[in-house]
Design a protein around this ligand. Sequence first.
Ligand SMILES: Cc1cc2nc3c(=O)[nH]c(=O)nc-3n(C[C@H](O)[C@H](O)[C@H](O)COP(=O)(O)O)c2cc1C
Length: 380
Amino acid sequence: MKAASATDYRELARRRLPRFLFDYIDGGSYAEVTVRRNIADLEQVALRQRVLRDVSTIDLGTTLFGHSTAMPVALAPIGLAGMSARRGEVQAARAAETAGIPFTLSTVSACPIEEVIAGVKAPIWFQLYMIRDRAFMRDLLERAKAARCSALIFTVDMPVPGSRYRDYRSGLAGAPGILGNMRRLWQAACHPRWAWDVGLLGRPHNLGNVAPVLGGKSGIEDFFGWMRANFDPTVSWADLAFVRSIWDGPLILKGIFDPEDAREAAAIGADGIVVSNHGGRQLDGVPSTAHMLPPIAAAVGDKLTVLADGGVRSGLDVVRMLALGARGVLLGRAWAYALAGGGQAGVAHMLQLVEAEMRVAMALTGITRIEQIGPDILVR
Ligand SMILES: Cc1cc2nc3c(=O)[nH]c(=O)nc-3n(C[C@H](O)[C@H](O)[C@H](O)COP(=O)(O)O)c2cc1C
């Protein structure tokens, strides 16, 4: 099957990955209401069809946090994405570099930050969670600085992890010990291409950035165990001063989902926010990003850079998010599927598709530059 869209890459990922990994990427929390809403509400956003406006030259270029990007798109942080293809985060970062857009490395990536930056020339963005061990957090921030990361995404919507039924059903979570290992091994054996490429050749398997404090442990239960024990639920606005005291580059708060919190983010001097419900993986039942973005952008859009994610599966969706008030859009599952389905070439191809879809969407709404995208192109 040749993928014609990011959604086609989902199907390729479903075929290629062991079930526990596909469900980990694809799934959300509880009944997955918000996962579905993110996609359905974005699909409902209708654009005006405009004609006879000379759309022969379309420019997708823009600037995010002082850096030029080929289009207003970045790859979102995806924990353990590196397990979808051999040394996967390196492959995805290379694809993002080729496309001229930022790649964000998750705290809980499979490849450590040093390995990823050695594979690319362009700076990457780094994502951090609030971790109980402040000395380790400081160490991670220093590593991100030493790696010349050009922005820090500080994720604030996971003081506690949302429960994901699919991870229990697939055997990823809640299946400790030998039985869980056997289930996952069996699923891997049923996907020999993945088992060979990632399972065997992709070693070492650990939480790249976190490996130094895991003391040699590298099992999947160790990953979840570490997250449960070390993500800090006491996180509050006051902690941002700690982050700021170490990180002086652009600071982006990810997981802002209420106009009041957005105003607070602007007041404490954040450079940007990501309007996000974590792809429906945290509080199930919250509205979609498409629903919450306009009031949040209206509250703070001129005070900081508003990014958004959730349900974006095409260049048309990117244009919709921009029209709803975002200055830039993060792709989440879209790149995780493409990485699983086709490695670096898959992510590069998916980004080409997104770019081409953006061009068509802009041409048919009668606009040629990113700054022209706004509520004016929406059917009210
Ligand atoms: C498998 C998976 C892992 C994720 N890991 C992280 C992470 O480590 N840090 C983070 O801030 N967000 C993480 N997210 C959330 C994404 O950054 C993003 O907000 C979300 O995927 C956007 O929704 P979409 O997948 O529908 O595009 C993860 C999402 C998925 C699907």
